[in-house]
Design a protein around this ligand. Structure first.
Ligand code: ADP
Ligand code: MG
Length: 352
């Protein structure tokens, strides 16, 4: 068993084609719209008269992820899921992805297998086909780029620019936990660097660690909204923090908003970590990143349909643009929302 774990096959020993074949030979295609997947110069998709949505994400080692604490399988899972989240943010289900990787010779075949295990697991969970990609060597660690396709009727697509004055502002789950998880992982990493004999202190923090390392895309909420016959007027996913995303919806829709601090959902673990880092929990929810919840606006006439749905939390409402974007604090004071984003927490990080 131990030998299995330390087995290391150099990529050069099987070559680029051998690697692609090894990683992709077991892939089964499930989407009826996939006509042809891996194996030719391009994949072939049948949109069946629908609109085609496409989005990409690029992840660079040392910039977007740190392999000291993010296992490769989790990285693969997360890289796929953040793309699925971009489709969910348009009110659309993802159908296909392509995966392009740049690899330095630090990575063995076994390591890339782990990465693909995560990607394939995400594809299975979300019923998405992996239909192609590209493979190259890299001089600077791991580079991972995923593109995602989704098919939808035009009338089902929800943009960021459709919010109106009076609409309700909603989120699909709690916020700040992914950033709380990152704070803990970075703390444990620096303690480990100072003293490699230290055991990481991670007990009781499973929720926030999972939110950081293995996020999920809220395609369930997209399905739910369809079931209850609510089409949001505007929507996006929360990848950079609530404050920054609220600004996008307000600016693109030309409205303002009032958000109630006491309505913003936060998990107890995230709250406790914010406190232990001397941070205001509301700041964590407003400016922490990577929660991948949905932020959306709903017409007031749909209030009865959403008011008893657990997954949907109303945190405020949209106002005239001239009123600005405001947070109504627990003391009932109105303060302008500032998008400090993720950068202000961690100067060396740039996640754009
Ligand atoms: P090309 O020379 O046209 O770039 P490749 O030999 O790189 O073609 O790729 C052969 C097939 O394998 C294509 O269908 C391509 O989409 C797929 N492929 C290449 N790299 C990857 C990868 N990292 N993950 C998934 N599929 C891949
Ligand atoms: Mg290629």
């Amino acid at each position: 068993m131990f030998e299995d774990r330390i087995k290391r096959t150099e990529i050069s020993s099987i070559g680029e084609f051998g690697l692609i074949d090894h990683l992709t030979k077991s892939i089964e295609l499930k989407q009826p719209s996939t006509i042809y997947g891996i194996g030719d110069d391009a994949a072939v998709i049948n949109p069946e008269g629908k609109k085609v949505l496409i989005s990409s994400d690029l992840l660079v080692e040392g910039v977007h992820f740190d392999l000291t604490y993010a296992p490769l399988m989790h990285l693969g899972y997360k890289a796929a899921v953040v793309n699925f989240s971009d489709m969910a943010a348009m009110n659309v289900l993802p159908t296909q992805i392509t995966v392009s990787i740049g690899l330095s010779n630090r990575f063995s075949v076994e390591a890339i297998e782990e990465l693909y295990k995560g990607i394939k697991l995400a594809c299975e969970h979300y019923n998405v086909d992996l239909v192609g990609g590209d493979t190259s060597s890299s001089q600077s660690g791991l580079i991972l780029s995923i593109s995602v396709l989704g098919l939808a009727e035009e009338e089902d697509v929800v943009y960021r620019h459709g919010a109106h004055e009076g609409d309700l502002l909603c989120v699909s789950g709690d916020l700040g936990a992914a950033y709380a998880g990152l704070l803990v992982l970075e703390r444990e990493k620096s303690e480990f660097v100072a003293n490699p004999k230290m055991q990481p202190q991670l007990e009781g923090l499973d929720y926030i660690l999972e939110r950081q390392l293995k996020p999920e895309a809220r395609v369930d909420v997209v399905k739910l909204l369809k079931e209850i016959e609510v089409k949001p007027t505007a929507m996006m996913d929360i990848s950079d923090g609530l404050a920054s995303e609220i600004k996008h919806i307000c600016e693109q829709s030309n409205v303002g908003c009032s958000v109630y601090e006491n309505k913003i959902p936060i998990d107890q673990q995230a709250w406790d970590i914010a406190r232990s880092f001397n941070m205001d929990p509301t700041m964590l929810t407003m400016n922490g990143g990577e929660d991948y919840e949905l932020l959306f606006t709903v017409a007031q006439s749909d209030f009865d349909k959403i008011k008893d749905v657990n997954e949907i939390i109303i945190i405020g409402y949209m106002t005239a643009a001239s009123a600005g974007q405001n947070l109504i604090t627990k003391n009932n004071v109105s303060v302008p929302i500032k998008a400090q984003g993720w950068d202000s927490f961690s100067k060396e990080k740039d996640t754009d």
